[in-house]
Ligand binder design. Structure first.
Ligand code: ACO
Length: 331
């Protein structure tokens, strides 16, 4: 029987600095009331330059927690793959910096760029490598420092984004558990709904510890919102039907955290009650590739995931890219 990846450890981290909606009121024309009502976000975490909170630093911290939970040492890793659109440098990859920090000499290491869907794309690649026998132990990470690519003068986007990282450790399983499948889609025709614009953002004085990149994110939020809801709902159904499962079988849906209203609309379309949907967007905002592994780690550490539970991961992001993964939680 072909093996598949089983999640044996999860870990996550976010920077110490909390940026509240109230603070944002002092830099753009917005209000705590508007942000909370339209997005569900109350606060987000912001990395500080020089505090060891770069993308690969956060990825390493999250990975160490996941490896500790898994009881696996870094030198046994065959693959390190990071979903990110904000690596420390254009190259080498964030994954290579993680490899160095972990001293994981045996692993192949590389990044995957798929917008907010980066973690699910990375998970799929690692799972397939385990399935073909090319790889045994894999570390899959979603890590972002979006504060460095935020336009701090644009109220349409700066209220949404945050920094953080999450990681999972996969080992092979021949039992009927683990990553059962991942369905991935993309549509490059819609690239201009969310893209990087070549201009450096001006930083407000009180956020001067942010290190900016020479581009920032531009988004057409309203069109993206509608597209997100329909794509997420459709791919979730396709992924479940592939295994002969219904939405009733889903013990916990862990969606990409872009907007609480998107999450609620998808849950409603799937007829999954919100008490079976994990959300933490109020604390972290949208951390792109990091939202799902952070949420998965928090749900796991809160004891919400039991052996044999079906967990549905759904994501959506720049590209456009989107996807869904069905996981049967492992003992
Ligand atoms: N504070 C106050 N008012 C605001 C703010 C703000 N922060 N932002 C926008 N507004 C205003 C607009 O200017 C507009 O005013 P107008 O009617 O006078 O023109 C009004 O609010 C309504 O704007 P909409 O864009 O229609 O507001 P909407 O309800 O769609 O919410 C939002 C905007 C939150 C961006 C939403 O569209 C959204 O979440 N879209 C999807 C985002 C997403 O999924 N992104 C993908 C991932 S992001 C990534 O990859 C990193």
């Amino acid at each position: 029987m072909m093996a598949r990846g089983r999640i044996v450890g999860t870990g996550s981290t976010t920077p110490r600095r909390i940026l509240t909606n109230k603070e944002l009121e002092s830099i753009v024309d917005t209000s705590d009331e508007w942000i909370t009502r339209r997005t569900g976000i109350k606060e987000r975490r912001i990395s500080s330059n020089g505090r060891g909170e770069n993308t690969s630093d956060m990825a390493t911290t999250a990975s160490l927690k996941a490896l500790q939970m898994a009881g696996i040492s870094p030198e046994t890793l065959d693959m390190i793959v990071v979903g990110t659109v904000t690596p420390d440098r254009q190259f080498p990859s964030a994954a290579c910096f993680v490899q160095k920090a972990l001293d994981a000499g045996k692993a192949m290491a590389f990044d995957v760029s798929a917008g907010c869907s980066g973690f699910l794309y990375a998970l799929s690649i690692a799972n397939n490598a385990i399935g073909t026998g090319n790889c045994k132990n894999a570390l899959v990470i979603g890590a972002e420092r979006l504060s460095g690519i935020t336009n701090w003068e644009d109220r349409n986007t700066c209220v949404l984004l945050g920094d953080g990282a999450g990681a999972v450790v996969l080992t092979p399983s021949t039992e009927p558990d683990g990553i059962l499948s991942t369905h991935l889609r993309s549509d490059g025709n819609l690239w201009d709904l969310l893209y990087s614009f070549d201009e450096r953002s001006k930083i407000p004085d009180f956020l001067d510890t942010i290190e900016t990149k020479p581009f920032f994110l531009k988004m057409e939020g309203n069109r993206l919102f509608k597209k997100a809801v329909s794509c997420l709902a459709k791919i979730a159904v396709r992924a479940l039907e592939y295994h002969g499962l219904s939405c009733d079988s889903v013990k916990l849906m862990v969606p990409h955290q872009a907007n609480l209203r998107i999450i609620r609309a998808v849950a409603e379309r799937l007829d999954i009650p919100m008490d079976r949907v994990y959300t933490n967007i109020e604390k972290y905002g949208n951390t792109s590739s990091a939202t799902i592994p952070i949420a998965l780690d928090e749900a796991n550490r809160e004891g919400l995931l039991k052996p044999d539970d079906y967990v549905l991961l759904v994501t959506f992001g720049a590209g456009l890219t989107w996807g869904a993964s069905v996981v049967r939680w492992s003992p």
